[in-house]
Design a protein around this ligand. Structure first.
Ligand SMILES: [Cu+2]
Length: 112
């Protein structure tokens, strides 16, 4: 019985390891550029577990990424050249703006 049990155990370990690279490659990071007082693209569709990274590409204006609504969350102020990222663990539509410039608008749509 002992050798058989060892083979079964090896099989389970191999299966678990084989799944890891697939899970890792499913997660992606999407880029949003901040320029001319706009989020580009203003709407991004992603899957649960993906990340979005915002980069301030202005010459001298600073911005933030400010999620309004129930789970309110604001990034630090991003100066030109700086970036900030967030991972989305739950499906939903996440609307955001910029703290200092409420006329700026963006949306992240997260699906399963
Ligand atoms: Cu701004």
């Amino acid at each position: 019985m002992q050798p058989l049990r060892r083979i079964l155990h090896a099989g389970v370990v191999f299966s678990v390891l084989a799944c890891l690279p697939l899970q890792g490659s499913a997660q992606q990071t999407y880029e949003v550029s901040i320029r001319d007082y706009k989020f580009e693209p203003s709407m991004v569709q992603i899957r649960v577990g993906d990340a979005v990274r915002w980069t301030n590409n202005e010459k001298r204006t600073s911005h933030s990424v400010f999620f309004t609504g129930a789970a309110s969350l604001e990034s630090d102020r991003l100066f030109p050249g700086e970036s900030w990222q967030r991972v989305f663990d739950k499906p939903g539509t996440y609307s955001y703006t910029c703290g200092p410039h409420p006329e700026m608008a963006g949306k992240i749509v997260v699906t399963e």
